[in-house]
Write a protein that binds this ligand. Structure first.
Ligand code: SF4
Length: 342
């Protein structure tokens, strides 16, 4: 069986060469039909119409299963959609409108085992990893079922991408192929809670185009371990070392996410400590107000708190972008995914 949404182009070429005596010509036709046009019946393509024997030999061997878009929620231009997978489990993805194009936020796991205190997905626990085709299927559904013009893909949905490393990397390879989905590596962001093993593995692959985001959320280990248990295993010193060793490229920057939680990580002293942690890493820090969830009884910061914290960091030389989370009313904001799949 050839799982179309999970097979990188060079691998598809090899299969067609080894098993069917064909090659690049037909592999590219499959890629064009499936990924560019969203047409899973590749046998209608002229290349296959002209090769009835190949079509016959491939009949019944091509698998195409992006999952079923079951529901969608809309808040202004933002869309959250739920996909039902072949075993009945569900995942959430979000299409976020940007200035010119859209960004698709994809899930990499059903649930998550990282247990971050402020996160709705954590409450689901860990159900299972997504397969590569369940990850690329989200892009297929966004583009070809919901008709969204997607330019950027961010792995910031349900799950920790580095906890499903191999499947995520295969999905990225498929998404990146120019003849197919054609999402440039520099338009793909992988966001981690700080699994340094994953950061080190990515560094070794030398895929330096990919953007790396780290969910930091605390200025020091005590607070971070309370918010993000993953910090007990890989503390901030280990995280900083992995980042310092990462081959970023000349003008590369890390994206740091910092969810500001009233009374927890929002003081002047916290800003100072955070700036110290960041220095001298090249970082763009996204400051995001906490989106309250039921199980973590803390308040969102007010706008003045956000401005003040951003100003303190800026004065200490940190490049900060304040992000007022979109999609709160449909639970598509940061840390809110997972509510509508139970
Ligand atoms: S914030 Fe990310 S890593 Fe943490 S529990 Fe939620 S989905 Fe998992």
């Amino acid at each position: 069986m050839i799982d179309l949404l999970a097979t990188p182009l060079d691998q598809l070429v090899r299969i067609l060469e080894d098993d069917y005596g064909k090659g690049l010509f037909h592999a590219e036709a499959i890629y064009r039909e499936v990924f560019k046009k969203g047409n899973s019946n590749v046998f209608l393509a002229p290349e296959f119409q002209a090769s009835p024997k190949l079509s016959q030999a491939l009949t019944g061997t091509l698998r195409f299963d992006p999952g079923q878009v079951e529901k969608r929620f809309q808040e202004d231009e933002l869309t959250k959609f739920i996909t039902r997978l072949s075993d009945g489990l569900k995942i959430e993805s979000v299409i976020i409108p940007m200035t010119r194009h859209n960004t698709l936020c994809v899930s990499s796991q059903v649930g998550c085992r990282m247990g971050c205190a402020f996160c709705e997905t954590a409450k689901l626990g860990f159900k299972r990893n997504l397969t590569p085709s369940e990850i690329t299927g989200q892009l297929h559904n966004a583009r070809h079922v919901l008709g969204a013009d997607i330019k950027n893909v961010v792995f910031m949905g349900m799950g920790e991408p580095f906890d499903n490393f191999d499947a995520v990397m295969t999905a990225i390879e498929v998404m990146n192929a120019q003849k197919g989905f054609d999402v440039a590596l520099r338009h793909i962001t992988v966001s981690t809670a700080g699994l340094t093993t994953g950061i080190d593995r990515l560094a070794a692959m030398n895929m330096t185009g990919i953007r790396l985001a780290v969910s930091v959320n605390a200025p020091e280990d005590g607070i971070r371990s309370r918010l993000m248990p993953v910090n007990n295993r890989w503390d901030m010193a280990a995280l900083k070392k992995s980042l310092a060793d990462y081959p970023l490229g000349k003008r590369g920057v890390f994206l740091f996410e910092y969810i500001l939680i009233k009374g927890v990580n929002d003081s002047l002293a916290h800003a100072r400590q955070l700036a110290e942690f960041i220095h001298p890493l090249p970082v763009r820090l996204n400051l995001i107000p906490y989106n309250p969830i039921q199980s973590f009884a803390h308040e969102s910061p007010c706008d003045e708190d956000m401005h003040a914290f951003a100003d303190w960091l800026t004065r200490d030389g940190v490049f900060v972008i304040k992000r007022w989370s979109k999609g709160r009313s449909v639970c598509a904001g940061c840390g809110q995914l997972g509510k509508d799949v139970t």
